[in-house]
Design a protein around this ligand. Sequence first.
Ligand SMILES: NC(=O)c1ccc[n+]([C@@H]2O[C@H](COP(=O)([O-])OP(=O)(O)OC[C@H]3O[C@@H](n4cnc5c(N)ncnc54)[C@H](O)[C@@H]3O)[C@@H](O)[C@H]2O)c1
Length: 366
Amino acid sequence: MEKMKVGIVGCGNISGIYFKNLCTVFSNVEVAACADLDADRAQAKATEYPGVEVCTLEQMLANPEIGLIVNLTTPQGHYPVSMQAVAAGKHVYSEKPLTLTRAEGQELLAAAEKAGVLVGNAPDTFLGAGIQTCRRLMDEGLIGTPIGAQAFMLCPGHEGWHPDPEFYYKKGGGPMFDMGPYYLTALVSLLGPVKRVTGSARISFPQRTIGSEKKCGQIIDVEVPTHVTGIMDFASGAIGTIVTSFDSWGSQTPRIEIFGSKGTLSVPDPNTFGGPVRVKLKGEKEWKEMPLTCGFEKNGRGLGPSDMVEAVRAARPHKANGALAYHVLDLMHAFHDASDQGCHIMLESTCERPKPMPEGLFEGKW
Ligand SMILES: NC(=O)c1ccc[n+]([C@@H]2O[C@H](COP(=O)([O-])OP(=O)(O)OC[C@H]3O[C@@H](n4cnc5c(N)ncnc54)[C@H](O)[C@@H]3O)[C@@H](O)[C@H]2O)c1
């Protein structure tokens, strides 16, 4: 099978797993080039992966052999880099969030449609074995009609470990824009789109102190809410709750649970690809662990862009797609807007549930 050549922009913290998987796991892509504002970072990756050339973004976009740009810049870079990629006629897959604002997201999707290229977006964890097994069980009707769902992501923030954690507390960061995409994408893929939300959000600590080595002791001024709670009315009629927080020193809440008319489904951590998947059906005394019935339990990030490349080849829709990512972006803004305005917000966007992953796929092969 002919591989699509890929250029990676942004060679920071998360890029390691993308380089590893796109270079060694997924069979339909070939990483040909990488770029970063910090040339040393790009060079380090090129040295680790021979065959990958260091270049500028402009050189990468001018290379006619490269078909897909993987945008791993910090949130402020998502819109400008993705727009440039689309303008150069490349497909683009970006880390989350899609863009900072709704207007930017709409502009990006419209430009891509006009240019006839695809926009894909992280997360792709919902395509892994854990959440795809949940999808299959729900589609088969195991827990009956969904009534409600709850999702929790509470942690002390990222300044204790990330070498450059400032972006987590600036526009495009905060626990909802940083971690919400995993939870909301999983929920939308399982329950369908949301039609109305409300929310409450607060900044608990106006300043944070960096604890990681390089910048230890430096202060970050917090510009975005760091404890955000949302309530969602899904178009299907189910009601969901989500809590995301960088202000919690500990939590024993589950990741995601879905309550159906015939039973409850415990969904695995949507920031991972595997299980466990557990159910407790009406009348049963114990939780039951369900076998994972789909592939890609461990492969990790890169499955989304690899699916995009396969979608181009097979002329079918890709799964971690722009419409889904835009709906998730719209939802995250709507929680904050509802909190600011003290009201419910009707969502203007919607999307389709991406089709389930095909059964019987080998890891990394299509
Ligand atoms: N770190 C994680 O664990 C993690 C996990 C999942 C997703 N993400 C997401 O991945 C993205 C990147 O996060 P990170 O932790 O790797 O950040 P990082 O700061 O470690 O790396 C980002 C890199 O992008 C480069 N960059 C920024 N703007 C650029 C531009 N316009 N052109 C070229 N290079 C540019 C920076 O120089 C830096 O090297 C974020 O959107 C984040 O939400 C991070």
